[in-house]
Design a protein around this ligand. Structure first.
Ligand code: ATP
Length: 389
């Protein structure tokens, strides 16, 4: 087992901006670390530098306290786990798992012993003589893991292993990988662009954007305390709503004027911390809106009730999404369009997405009273994207 330590890692291809830009990240011994971000953010490049398939332009890569910048891939004692279809279809489960040992020309007796142990660990003993075609998706994934484990590598590396599977199988595999990783306790780095995978699998998640590490934390930390607009918008589905707001200070206190109404300041921030910014973005998760008619008096007092026009609803059985269009003042709208391009997304919508209790009777075209848990809102600096709360 081994920790992986990355210090100021840079990868520069040609003269564009670096694919990986000054990333420092520690993966602890036995930890399950997820690298997540949109296409092109540099996550695969970073993984390939850990494995040794890509040269490091500058910085230091350590595995188990050994600097490996110049160490050949096969001398790093890491195991890359490929997608399940990377199994050899003509070989039995036994020979698929044994493959790395055969390559290393290990004696038959050792091969038999190690494959048998691995199969026991993975509950594959009964299937050793089968061919991959006769296994379920989950069993195939376990064989692929077996091939990685049998070598007794110091760490496992996964590059989007589930991206070619349908949604249902992907869900099963996630649980399978998670269970195995916990059982084996082996250091694991897992690359995905899927925030659901990132949130459900890892001990910690590292969010990358354009080669730059944005935040590293537990799924809960990323969700509850996103460092900036990008992480706030990337983590969570449907994604966080960002409302432009101006500050209004009077004898009664300081309020945020948003297109949905006037909100009190969230718990974690004071007017002084917002400073002299003219405009801020107020981030509210869809699930922090509720149908006001279903909210107790005591809870009402903790948040803000607004009148909203519900344009469209989507009823999914266990959830009810409502879309609430709003108009931002023109000067704010222009600023937001620029920001929106910068974020490469449609996160700065002109409608709020609201997740309501499916028991709510709010329907399309209705003027509704919505309660917003404004105490838990986030405030972002629109210029830097920094979360001020
Ligand atoms: P994806 O999920 O689409 O694979 P990614 O986050 O894994 O994306 P990388 O594949 O690491 O991103 O690529 C990061 C950046 O480096 C991209 O802009 C990509 O075009 C560029 N890049 C990757 N490999 C090379 C290469 N061999 N030569 C030049 N540029 C490259």
């Amino acid at each position: 087992m081994a920790a992986i330590t990355m210090k100021n890692i840079v990868k520069q291809y040609g003269d564009g901006f670096p694919a990986v830009n000054d990333v420092s990240l520690d993966v602890q011994d036995g930890e399950f670390m997820i690298l997540v971000g949109p296409s092109g953010c540099g996550k695969s490049t970073l993984l390939r530098m850990i494995v040794g398939l890509e040269d490091i332009t500058s910085g230091e890569m350590k595995i188990a306290d050994r600097v490996v910048n110049k160490v050949a891939p096969r001398q790093r004692n890491l195991s890359m786990v490929f997608q399940n279809y990377a199994l050899y279809p003509h070989l039995t489960v036994f020979e698929n798992i044994a493959f790395p040992l055969r390559l290393a020309k290990k004696p038959d007796e050792e091969v038999r012993r190690r494959v048998t142990e691995t199969a026991e660990l993975l509950e594959l003993t009964e299937h050793l003589e089968r061919k991959p075609a006769n296994l379920s998706g989950g069993q195939r994934q376990r064989v692929a893991m077996g091939r990685a484990i049998v070598r007794q590598a110091d760490a496992f590396l996964f590059d989007e292993p589930l991206s070619n599977l349908d949604a249902k199988l992907r869900g099963q595999m996630r649980a399978e990988i998670s269970r195995l990783q916990r059982r084996l306790g082996v250091t694991t780095v897992y690359v995905t662009h899927d925030q659901t995978e990132a949130m459900t699998l890892g001990d910690r998640v590292a969010v990358l954007r354009k080669g730059v590490l944005q935040q590293v934390g537990s799924p809960r930390e990323l969700y509850e305390e996103p460092a900036n607009l990008f992480v706030a918008g990337f983590i969570g589905s449907p994604s966080m709503n960002f409302l432009p707001a101006t500050l209004d200070s009077s004898a009664e206190g300081t309020f945020l004027e948003t297109p949905l109404g006037r909100f009190g300041l969230p718990d974690k921030i004071t007017a002084a911390e917002i400073g002299d910014r003219d405009v801020v973005l107020v981030g509210i998760r869809p699930e922090h809106f509720e149908d006001a008619s279903l909210v107790s008096e005591e809870k009402r007092a903790r948040g803000t009730v607004v009148q909203a026009h519900v344009d469209v609803t989507e009823w999914l059985g266990n959830e009810l999404y409502a879309y609430v269009p709003y108009e931002a003042p023109e000067d704010l709208a222009a600023q937001l369009r620029d920001l929106s391009r910068e974020l490469d997304s449609d996160q700065l919508r002109t409608q709020a997405v609201v997740a309501l209790d499916p028991a709510s009777m709010i329907s399309e075209g209705q003027e509704a009273e919505l309660w917003i848990d404004t105490s838990r809102a986030h405030i972002f600096d629109p210029a830097t994207g920094e979360n001020l709360t």
